[in-house]
Design a protein around this ligand. Structure first.
Ligand SMILES: Cc1cc2nc3c(=O)[nH]c(=O)nc-3n(C[C@H](O)[C@H](O)[C@H](O)COP(=O)(O)OP(=O)(O)OC[C@H]3O[C@@H](n4cnc5c(N)ncnc54)[C@H](O)[C@@H]3O)c2cc1C
Length: 136
């Protein structure tokens, strides 16, 4: 029984060592390939409708179209690239209408949208409190 356990343990250790060696070899191989590509001056060739372009590196990016129909329906002003125009506190030109996130010009990222949402919420609270004192 004891011998069987020892053999199993040994097999596991050998497997682990094998996996570590494989991972290290793979990482070294990838790094060597990248060095070879750089040294050979390899470029990325991209075919487009307007011709063939060559780049050192290519970073894929997606655009987005802001959906601002609701804001437009109440008369909110749009600015650059069709985004809703807001002041530093996320107010639009229509009193009581606030905008935040991708519909507003700026960095299109989750953390940014959440931050702007927080600013809008605080502004809404403060604007309401300015009209009617609110309890804290
Ligand atoms: C492919 C892709 C990958 C991304 N990857 C990342 C990433 O890795 N990290 C990161 O930080 N950001 C990423 N982003 C950006 C991120 O998703 C946005 O910045 C973020 O979701 C903006 O939040 P939002 O609330 O302003 O808009 P949204 O998340 O787009 O929410 C708007 C909501 O309003 C709804 N809506 C629109 N019009 C109406 C209407 N008339 N009536 C009712 N509802 C309506 C929409 O259906 C949607 O649910 C990615 C975006 C895309 C497209």
């Amino acid at each position: 029984m004891k011998t069987l356990k020892s053999k199993l343990l040994l097999a596991l250790v050998v497997m682990w060592i094998g996996l570590l060696v494989l991972a290290a070899w793979s990482a070294l191989n990838t790094r060597q390939n990248m060095i070879n590509e750089r040294e050979a001056g390899l470029k990325r060739v991209v075919e487009t409708a307007e011709g063939t372009y060559t780049f050192d590196t290519v970073y894929p990016a997606l655009g987005s179209d802001p959906h601002v129909l609701l804001a437009q329906a109440v008369g909110a002003a749009l600015g650059e690239k069709g985004c809703i125009t807001v002041d530093r506190h996320q107010r639009t030109n229509i009193p009581g209408v606030y905008a935040a996130g991708d519909v507003v010009i700026g960095l299109d990222q989750i953390s940014h949208a959440m931050g702007e949402g927080g600013v809008a919420a605080t502004t809404i609270r403060n604007d309401l409190a300015a009209r009617t004192p609110l309890l804290r």
